[in-house]
Design a protein. Structure first.
Length: 187
């Protein structure tokens, strides 16, 4: 009896996951969406994350040259070394770094969702994260500067030969970076 109930529940979860992933009545999943079923916690929750390559965008009321310097200082505040810099394109960041265990006294799970470890909690707080964070700034005609930051990462279980865990950004670190830029600009 219990096996039949479990099998029925798994079928229901699979059906909902497939329905959640499809768009516009099509049976094909949306190309920009992933469906993650969090079965390790036995909650049966269905989580979807976007695989959209666009970043989190903010607007700062300052010219691009001042924003560039403030952005460099903001990366330093985060403890992320800037190794990729292309000033003519307005791009800076680091394409391959180890995510610090905490930024602004916040755990990594504030910035990334890597799923849940059944014994230890959020995987982002348990396993090391290899991350990439790039920011592009562009001036507009109104005298403001647009800041677009893309953050991505993956975690790997230590001591285990396993595939890396995809880590979805929560969007919080990108917004925190933009707020820190404003702070450095005196806003």
């Amino acid at each position: 009896m219990r096996r039949q109930t479990l099998a029925a529940a798994l079928c229901a979860i699979s059906a909902v996951a497939c329905a959640t992933a499809s768009s516009g009545g099509s049976s094909e999943p949306d190309a920009n969406q992933r469906v993650l079923v969090a079965d390790e916690s036995h909650s049966g929750r269905i989580i979807t994350t976007s695989a959209d390559a666009s970043g989190v965008e903010s607007v700062v009321a300052a010219p691009m040259d001042k924003v560039w310097d403030a952005l460099l200082a903001a990366y330093k505040d985060l403890g992320i070394e800037v190794l990729s810099m292309n000033r003519p394109a307005g791009e800076m960041g680091n394409r391959n770094f180890k995510m610090p265990s905490n930024i602004n006294r916040q755990p990594r799970s504030r910035w990334f969702n890597c799923g849940m470890d059944p014994l230890s909690g959020p995987s982002a707080n348990v396993y090391p994260i290899d991350a990439s964070m790039l920011t592009v700034i562009k001036a507009d005609t109104a005298g403001t500067t647009h800041i677009e930051t893309r953050l991505s990462g993956s975690a790997r279980k230590t001591g285990v030969n396993a595939d890396p865990l995809y880590c979805a950004t929560t969007g919080n670190l990108e917004l925190f970076l933009a707020d820190d830029v404003r702070k450095h600009l005196g806003q």
